[in-house]
Design a protein. Structure first.
Length: 110
């Protein structure tokens, strides 16, 4: 029997500039504190102090993480009185976090 030498059809490819932007945003997410914050924010709105406490980091560091994620368009914030509440606005993060959580739960993150 001979193997077929036919090449598969070329898939639809995304523009490299768009992939560059996607890679930059993935680099922003590629941090355990930011992933923890995304996990929390997918469940509801939080202020920076609550996110900092959950990540065991200073508030200034948590604020920087949030700023980077806002710059990529992942998060939005709303000020209510003296509090600023953060929330996820990029709904793709829900699927991305499911993938990350499944991989970690399966032991692949060890």
């Amino acid at each position: 029997m001979s193997k077929s030498s036919a090449k598969p059809a070329t898939p639809k490819l995304t523009d490299l500039d768009a992939l560059g932007l996607a890679a930059e945003c993935l680099r922003v997410l590629a941090h355990p504190h930011r992933l923890r914050m995304i996990q929390m924010l997918l469940a509801g709105q939080y202020v920076v102090g609550e996110l900092a406490e959950a990540c065991d980091v200073p508030i200034a560091m948590a604020s920087e993480h949030l700023r980077l994620m806002q710059r990529c368009g992942f998060l939005a914030s709303v000020k209510e009185g003296r509090n600023v509440y953060y929330r996820v606005v990029d709904l793709h993060l829900k699927d991305l976090m499911k993938c990350v959580e499944k991989r970690c739960d399966a032991g692949a993150c060890r």
